[in-house]
Design a protein around this ligand. Structure first.
Ligand SMILES: Cc1cc2nc3c(=O)[nH]c(=O)nc-3n(C[C@H](O)[C@H](O)[C@H](O)COP(=O)(O)O)c2cc1C
Ligand SMILES: C=C(O[C@@H]1CC(C(=O)O)=C[C@@H](OP(=O)(O)O)[C@H]1O)C(=O)O
Length: 390
């Protein structure tokens, strides 16, 4: 399975094309809309999210509620486009029109893609960079993830996530009672946090940042339960699934770090406190007593829940902007102010869940190679049986 995304933030639409989804997966628009709605929510977002009502259109690869095995095209319209039709048009502008619509962006925002993108592609108007580097693109990634989640669910594999930290406020109580409990309890929190007290403090921190024209980041976690042993492989570096998941997480806008399991904490502990002891019983087969390694050993799943944490830096666009250089005059100015979120950590946690779901679904389809869902289910069930009897 693979996918491409296309679309500008204020252009007509976001497009996702997914190739390699097995035939006969039940897939409805509402499966994808549910995830899109989750991504749009979360405390701390800016005015743009009041304009958009993300709804998917399935344009290919699905017939009468089931995938056909053909590439799936998913489209989400940008409602804001109606305010930007001239600025974002594809046809050349006359000189008059150019004067009317074009406010060139020449003051790059520290922390955004503006300056590097402008130098790389020779754009004197950095709107050409901003439009595609915007995290509006995560809409398209969530569309791909929603399809992956549906595939995984039909195989008994669930994905969920939570916010662990925002602006230095850490959730103390992150314990959950099964993945369903995690899914339900995070849905009722505006910051997607299990710890109610910490959640309130996170909202205060977001309000404070907003008041000060500043932005804050945080830490989010994705959890995958129900995986077989041995997804990914130790035999070659580019087949290690923890590596693939980490790469995918790092590719989300504003993500600056990834951990699997206890991650960086492992550097501060002896081996006896890090490695998870192995147990066995007749009914369930092999297990680990603890899950410090987050479900991975040797680049392969070990059957324990996969735990992935991602670090999101604070949003680069600041209402109290930092100093920057105007690329035309070379004078020092304050960076451009674009309409912006002050904190998108809760939304980013939904994006990360979906990005992780895609990598896992891709690994499943690769490992249990199937063009059809019935064969995929049978192959996976055989593997589960094999594990229990090994
Ligand atoms: C869900 C989400 C929403 C975001 N919203 C904004 C925003 O409103 N303003 C902004 O400047 N950056 C926002 N970002 C972050 C930028 O897109 C990101 O910092 C930028 O593309 C530069 O890439 P890099 O931070 O990965 O280096 C958001 C990121 C995510 C995941
Ligand atoms: C549009 C989304 O996020 C956007 C991501 C973003 C950025 O620079 O990354 C900047 C903002 O865009 P705008 O300037 O249009 O308000 C966010 O709203 C979205 O998540 O759907």
């Amino acid at each position: 399975m693979r996918y491409l995304t296309a679309g500008e933030s204020h252009g007509p639409q976001q497009t996702t094309i997914i190739e390699g989804v097995p035939a006969h997966l039940e897939l409805l628009q509402e499966d994808i809309n549910k995830e899109l709605l989750r991504r749009q929510g979360g405390y701390g977002r800016g005015r743009r999210m009041q304009i958009e009502k993300d709804q998917v259109e399935i344009l290919s690869g699905v017939r009468h509620g089931k995938t056909t095995g053909a590439p799936i095209t998913l489209v989400v319209k940008n409602d804001d486009y109606k305010h930007w039709t001239k600025i974002m048009g594809t046809e050349p502008l006359s000189e008059e029109e150019e004067k009317e619509v074009k406010r060139k962006i020449t003051r790059p925002r520290p922390g955004h893609a503006d300056l590097n993108g402008a130098i790389k592609y020779n754009h004197r108007d950095m709107r050409n960079v901003l439009e595609r580097s915007s995290a509006r693109e995560t809409t398209a990634r969530v569309c791909a993830g929603a399809v992956a989640k549906k595939l995984l669910k039909s195989l008994g594999i669930e994905v969920a996530g939570q916010v662990l930290e925002i602006g230095g406020v850490k959730a103390e109580n992150t314990e959950y009672n099964g993945i369903k409990d995690l899914q339900e309890r995070t849905e009722s929190s505006p910051v997607r946090c299990l710890d109610e007290e910490a959640g309130k403090k996170m909202m205060d921190a977001i309000d404070q940042a907003k008041k000060e024209g500043d932005s804050i980041g945080g830490v989010v976690q994705a959890v995958v339960e129900g995986l077989p042993v041995g997804l990914g492989s130790y035999v070659h570096y580019d087949r290690k699934l923890d590596g693939k998941i980490s790469g995918a997480v790092m590719s989300i806008n504003a993500f600056k770090g990834v951990e699997i399991g206890i991650g960086f904490e492992a550097a501060r502990k002896p081996g006896s406190k890090v490695h998870d002891e192995i147990t066995w019983d007749e009914k369930e087969g092999y297990k680990r007593k603890t899950n410090n390694l987050g479900g991975f050993e040797g680049g392969m799943t070990n059957g324990m829940p996969v735990l992935v944490q991602g670090v999101m830096k604070p949003i680069p666009t600041l209402y109290k902007p930092l100093n920057s250089i105007d690329i035309d005059s070379k004078e020092s100015f304050q960076a451009s102010i674009e309409r912006s979120d002050s904190c998108a950590v809760p939304a980013a946690s939904v994006v990360m869940e979906n990005v992780v779901a895609f990598e896992v679904a891709k690994a499943i389809v690769e490992a249990f190679g199937a063009d059809r869902m019935d064969a995929l289910k049978r192959n996976l069930e055989e593997q589960r049986q094999w594990e229990r009897e090994f």
